[in-house]
Every structure is written in C-alpha cells, then in structure tokens.
Design a protein around this ligand. Structure first.
Ligand code: UDP
Ligand code: MN
Length: 637
C-alpha cells in the first residue's frame, strides 16, 4: 500500500509529508523538557568520567562465557547455505556452529519482514510492543513513554543507551588464539572516521570512548566525526561541547565536520577520508563500540600489504537490550540485488588451520579500513551513490578488479548497533535499486542485466536515473581494471549469472489480473496467488530450458514443480528436483498456458467460495498467463 501510494506522489512532497506527520506524533507524546533533562543528565553523568580517563589499552581483558549468536547485524544480511557448504570444525569456535547461526538468521530479510529495519518501512515503526515485554519492566508509565519516543526517533533503545556508561565493558568475542598474537612494535598511524546522521548523542560518545580506550594512544592520530546534516538538536551545541571536553583531555584528537546538506553515506565517508591525515583510515558508523585489540590486526595487515582493504568482524549490539551478540566467522558476499549476505569461509582459509589468519572476501559490508593513500588513489567511495546502499559492492568490485584485495580480519572485532529500522529512509528499496544499477552499469559489463532481473526492472527504459558514471568509467580506464567476468571466475564463483532467462517479472492469469503468482510463506514450498505487489516474492523467471524460478533471484533457486501427485503445485530447490522426482520443465509463451513438459498438466487457478484463488495442476482448460517483461531470446525455444 505504502509503496503504491508513494509512487503516485512526488518523492520530495512525500518525504516532507511523512516527516511532518511523524514529528506531530512525536511532539504529542513528549515535551522537549523531558528529552533535554534525560540527555543532559546523561552527558553530565558520564562526560566528566570520560574526560578524566587516561589513554590506555584496556588491560583486564575479560572472557564472557555467554556468547550471543543472534540476529543479523550490519545491513541485516542473509546467511546462505550453498552447495558445498562446509561447516566450520566445532573445535574452532565456542558457541553455536556457523551452520546453526545461518539457519537462525536466514529468515531475517525474507521471512520475518516485520523484523527487518527499513525494508518494510512504516510497518516496523508500529511494532515496538515487542520492545517493552523484553525490556523496561519496572519503569513508570511516563518513563516507558519516554523510552518509546526515543525508540521511534532512533530505531533503537536510546533511552537505555542514555543510562549505560560510555565506558561499559563488552565481552571479548575474539577467539582465544587472537590473544596470543603479537604485532610489530612499529605500526602505521590511524585516523578513525565516524559518520552519523541523527544518532543518539550517548551512542556517539560511547563509540568515541571505546576508540580512545581500546586503541593504543601512540597509534591513534585522530577521530574525525562527519555529520551528514543531522537535524536533531542534541547533535548541535551539545555535541560541540562534548567534543571540546574530549579535546581538553586529549588535545586535537577529535575533529567534527558537518555537511551543510544531506549527501548520503558514501559522501560522508569520503568527507572523512579527505580530512584524514594518518597512514591508515578506519571508516566506521558512529553506532559502534570497538572491541579490545581491534586496531593492531588492521594496522599490521595494512602495513604488510598496502593494497588490502580490510573489514573487522561485526558483532551485533541488540537494538533493544544493547547486549552483544557474537557473530561467527563468515565472509561478506552479496546477491544479484547487491544486498549483502554472509557466505561460508573459504576452504583455503580452513586449510591454513589458523583462526587468526586474514580471510579473503568477495566484498565488504560497509565499515572498512585501508591505507589512506591507496584508498584515495583507487577512487575512495563512489560519491555518486545516493543515501545508502551499493557503495560497498562498488568499492569491492573496484578494489578486486583494479589491483587490490579484500580481507576479513578475524581478530579485529567491532560491535555494531543494528537498528530496528532506518530513520532516514522510509523505503530503502528506492536508493538500493538505484545505486545497484549504478554499480551494474559501471562495473558489471555483460552481466549487468542480472541486476535488472533481480530487481525486476525492464532492460531498456528503466526510468531509473542512476546518475553520471563517466568519471567512474574514466577511473576504470586509468587503473586498467580487469573485467567483471574475471572477478566472477576468480574471486566470487558462488555468484552465478543465469544466462538463459527469456522473460521475467510478475505473472498473472487472465481470469483475474489483480492477483499474481507468489512464492508463498518462507520457509515453505507452497506457491500462492496473492494480490499483485512490487515484491521479490512475486518475481518469476522463465528459462529457455523450461524452468520457472519463483521468488528472489539467488544461487539457491526455487523451481515451480509438478510432483505428478495431487493437484497442488510446489516449489523445489531446482538442484534437488531431479532427486525428488518432481517435474520442473514447462512450456510457456506469452499469453498462453503454462503446461508441464512431462505430465502435460497445466498450471491453472480456481476461485474458492471466499473469493480467493487457489493454484492447481489439472488438465488444461485453456487458461492463459502473461508475464511482465520479455527478456532476451524470447521465442527461441
Ligand atoms: N548515513 C549517512 N547518510 C545517509 C544515510 C546513512 O551518513 O544518508 C550513515 C549512517 O549514519 C551510518 C552509515 O551511514 O553511520 C550506515 O548506515 P546504517 O548504519 O543505517 O546502515 P547499516 O550499518 O545497517 O548498513
Ligand atoms: Mn550501521
């Protein structure tokens, strides 16, 4: 509903209307006074303590027996089990195995939409009922209202954050062997860049405090804060004051740069990079807490090889309880929508039998560290990316294709606050899709159509303005970058292009064009007819070879299947259909029937007395189907 409505009015008008409505609601709930007293109280309480603490590396490294392997974290990535997946030897890790974590997390984006920050936009904002049962018992009604207000404002429990000390301890989530590692005495200097947009001040201060406490002072040259034009009052004078306090104790350690208009996350990171002066930059979100010993693995690896762009491992700070959830080791991959996913660790890394060794990764998730000059020369981040998304894949392809490397460092851990929703984007799909096309058009050569297919966008006249890419193309020439084909073959063979898709999009039966074929509940294998909506659950891909992929375009595709028994069609993993003896090859042409090549039964719909439609397999009654987009090679079957 929201999506349809939003498309029918101009983007700007909608954004203004939504913001005004949200603000009215918030103001009705609260008076400024309450918020002010809360925030000021917290600053005074903790600020002085922080300012007086000498710089030191935390000595009392403690071990927590309680590891959390909870929901996703940075970008709420999906975890996939692919063919050839190798569970990590359990001896390597305490806590749950990667495989069980994968299972647990794989529903975050697809199945549990209500729990996905930003993905379903407004819906997520109405569900903080989930928030109170788990936390806040014993709070007065008035305090609960404050907490609720702050939760809506930030997408996390800022009320609780405001009570927690800036210098709180978090569990050391590194493998025990990381503690035995030694690093060279001489290491490069470090600039830490923290970007933010309407973040709770206490969260930013906790990030700064953790960086000061967990980084050896001789290595930490500066902390640069970049404000991407926040509107929240507490991030104006109050933040300036806090920075002044820090700088009294640690002269010229902190710098604050403010954008004078919203420029998006890629530009915010670039602004920080341009201002940085140390040998190495770590470009982080401001809602993080760096963990003990986080910097040394980064600095020593980049000292060894200045062309490596590294990522720490992200543990998740629960948006509700602020507890740490340990993330098991995985590499950072992505799907054809360029949305991130965790992939299993490389075999070559397992064979090293060293859990502290850097791990080659196809991509980064966002947060990164690199040699400052190398990162600048290779083109920093693509400033043409708007708002959020895609910039991490763009950088990753560029680094790999143009002579660099990407690695995850298992001994460098950063806790990242995964938000309940993103307060800066009501519908994240819009920037994600636009930025994904920009990456595809710049870097993916002949495979760029996969991104169009995954987002269900027509190959020609997409109507999406992905901006001017000429300077990125010029950079590609200058750096003599390798092809995307090379990247797929050598770096990310798990990302497989599908070359024989002939048509795609939503598919409708001529009996009623208001309903579309839908992959149905996840997990599950029962396709349904549902009201047509612009969701990847309703993406259908018809292949030259006769398969119908239903649902999101991934490497573990589900095929429409006729088991030959009963009247219900099913969805089967295409790779397993043959094993199960189901029939996944169909005859179809635009405006014709969908007929199984083996069983000769047709996919049809039946209207129930309730008015809903049921999918059935039966003798063909000449029902016809129409698919949204004709791709390539149509009619060559
Ligand atoms: N961000 C920004 N400008 C924007 C959108 C995001 O500066 O228009 C920043 C945001 O404050 C955060 C970082 O980009 O520090 C990444 O965004 P977020 O944390 O929401 O995404 P995630 O970490 O979940 O990928
Ligand atoms: Mn973040």
């Amino acid at each position: 509903m929201m999506r349809l409505w939003r498309r029918s009015c101009s983007k700007v008008l909608c954004a203004v209307l939504i913001l005004v409505a949200a603000n009215i609601l918030l103001v009705v709930f609260y008076t400024k006074g309450t918020i002010k007293s809360l925030v000021v109280g917290s600053l005074h309480k903790e600020g002085a303590a922080v300012a007086q603490r000498p710089l030191h590396l935390k000595k009392d490294v403690h071990h927590s027996s309680k590891f959390y392997t909870g929901r996703g974290n940075l970008r709420v990535c999906r975890l996939t089990e692919r063919n050839g997946f190798t569970p990590l030897p359990s001896s390597l890790f305490s806590g749950k195995s990667l495989k069980s974590t994968m299972k647990q997390q794989s529903h975050v984006r697809q199945g549990n939409a209500e729990f996905h920050p930003g993905w379903k936009g407004v819906k997520a904002r109405l569900a903080p009922k989930k928030f109170f049962p788990q936390w806040g018992k014993g709070l007065s009604q008035a305090r609960q209202k404050e907490a609720h207000y702050l939760f809506l404002k930030f997408g996390y429990n800022a009320f609780l954050s405001n009570q927690l000390p800036f210098n709180r301890s978090i569990p050391d989530t590194r493998h025990a062997r990381c503690l035995q590692k030694t690093y060279p005495a001489q290491l490069p200097s470090l600039s830490v860049i923290l970007i933010f947009l309407n973040e709770a001040l206490s969260v930013i201060q906790r990030a700064i405090t953790s960086i000061i406490n967990q980084t050896p002072p001789r290595l930490l040259k500066e902390i640069i804060l970049v404000d991407d034009f926040s509107s929240h009052g507490e991030l104006k004078g109050r933040l300036d004051e806090a920075i002044m306090l820090y700088n009294q104790s640690f002269p010229v350690l902190l710098k604050l740069i403010r954008h004078t208009k919203r420029r998006g996350l890629a530009q915010a990171r670039n602004t920080g990079l341009e201002a940085a002066t140390a040998d190495v930059v770590a470009i982080l979100d401001a809602h993080i807490e760096v963990n003990v010993g986080w910097a040394e693995p980064i600095l020593s690896r980049i000292q060894e090889d200045h062309t490596v762009v590294v990522s720490p491992v992200f543990d998740n700070i629960d948006f509700n309880t602020f507890e740490l959830e340990k993330q098991e080791l995985a590499v950072d991959g992505f799907d054809w929508q360029l949305w991130c996913q965790y992939d299993h660790v490389p075999h070559a890394w397992l064979q090293l039998d060293d859990v502290t060794a850097p791990m080659t990764s196809p991509s980064i998730m966002g947060i990164l560290a690199a040699n400052r000059i190398f990162l600048t020369e290779i083109g920093a981040l693509d400033g043409g990316m708007l708002v959020y998304g895609g910039e991490n894949v763009e950088l990753s392809l560029r680094v790999w294709q143009c002579g660099g490397k990407i690695e995850i460092l298992p001994c460098s851990r950063i806790a990242h606050l995964g938000r309940y929703y993103k307060p800066y984007a009501m519908n994240l799909d819009i920037p994600l899709r636009r930025n994904a096309l920009r990456v595809a058009e710049t870097w993916m050569d002949k495979h760029k159509y996969m991104v169009y297919l995954a987002w269900n966008i027509p190959l020609k006249n997409s109507g999406i303005d992905y901006g001017d890419i000429s300077s990125r193309k010029a950079l590609q020439e200058k750096l003599k970058c390798k092809s995307f084909d090379w990247y797929l073959k050598n770096i990310y063979p798990l990302l497989k292009p599908v070359s024989n898709i002939v048509c795609y999009g939503r598919i409708k039966n001529s009996l009623d064009e208001s309903v579309c074929l839908d992959r149905g509940p996840v997990p599950g294998n029962s396709p349904k007819m549902k009201p047509c909506r612009e969701l990847s659950e309703q993406n259908v891909y018809y292949l030259l070879s006769g398969e119908f992929y239903v649902g999101e375009l991934t490497n573990e595709q589900y095929c429409l299947a006729d088991s030959g028994r009963g009247e219900k069609p099913t969805l089967e993993l295409c790779s397993e259909a043959a094993k199960r003896g189901t029939h996944i090859y169909w005859d179809f042409k635009q405006g014709n029937s969908i007929k199984n090549k083996d069983t000769a039964r047709c996919l049809e719909i039946k209207r129930d007395p309730s008015g809903t439609y049921r999918l059935v397999l039966e003798n063909c009654t000449q029902q016809t189907w129409k698919i949204q987009h004709i791709g390539r090679n149509w009619g060559h079957s």
